[in-house]
Design a binder for this molecule. Structure first.
Ligand code: IMP
Ligand code: MG
Length: 180
């Protein structure tokens, strides 16, 4: 007989605290790029909530684009392989590009994306991530703008998913799956 199991969610970062931190990261970006135009590139799908909130808090002329890469699929572990699913709509040559990620984990996705974006000759290339899990890093990637540094826990919400679930949670929550 299969018994009903419920995933356990524990709030790690409250929506209000995310909002405050996003404002402060946006302020830092506006200061660093004072008087210039910036181009935000969101990594689908996880970064879309962060990008939408961040963009609205940055007091600069700003354009946006999205890129999609194959991620974890239905498991919690990275395959170690990164594959592009959707390329940018626009060219980025000469632009102040900020790559916007939901989370920097092993760094495999970010290092792949930063490498291919750099080849396209942006004026500047920076990276923003809502969350950073430095203890899991396999590639030496450092985010220029980090929302929160978190321990090695699997989190969902505010864009982050587990098998496409929980992206629409307002808070970032730790997901504890039932042990079988
Ligand atoms: P990386 O290539 O290992 O740095 O992983 C980056 C991607 O893995 C993120 O954009 C997420 O989609 C996914 N990921 C990594 N850690 C988590 C997590 O704790 N929760 C949900 N997704 C995660
Ligand atoms: Mg994901």
């Amino acid at each position: 007989m299969v018994s009903a199991r419920k995933d356990n969610l524990i709030i790690r970062i409250r929506h209000a605290d995310i909002g405050k931190r996003v404002k402060s990261v946006a302020g830092q970006i506006a200061k660093d790029f004072k008087g210039e135009r910036i181009h935000l590139i969101g990594v689908l799908k996880g970064a879309c909530f962060f990008l939408a909130d961040l963009a609205r808090e940055i007091d600069l002329e700003c354009s946006i684009d999205f890129i999609a890469v194959a991620s974890y699929g239905k498991t919690k572990e990275s395959s170690g392989q990164v594959r592009m699913l959707k390329d940018l709509d626009q060219t980025i040559a000469g632009l102040n590009v900020i790559l916007v990620e939901d989370i920097l984990d092993t760094g495999l996705t970010a290092s792949y994306l930063l490498r291919i974006l750099k080849q396209r000759r942006p004026k500047t290339l920076k990276m923003a991530a809502l969350l950073d899990k430095p203890s899991r890093r396999l590639k030496p990637v450092k985010g220029d703008y980090i929302g929160f540094t978190i321990p090695n826990e699997f989190v969902v919400g505010y864009g982050l998913d587990y098998a496409e679930r929980y992206r629409n949670l307002k808070d970032v929550c730790v997901l504890e799956l039932p042990t079988r």
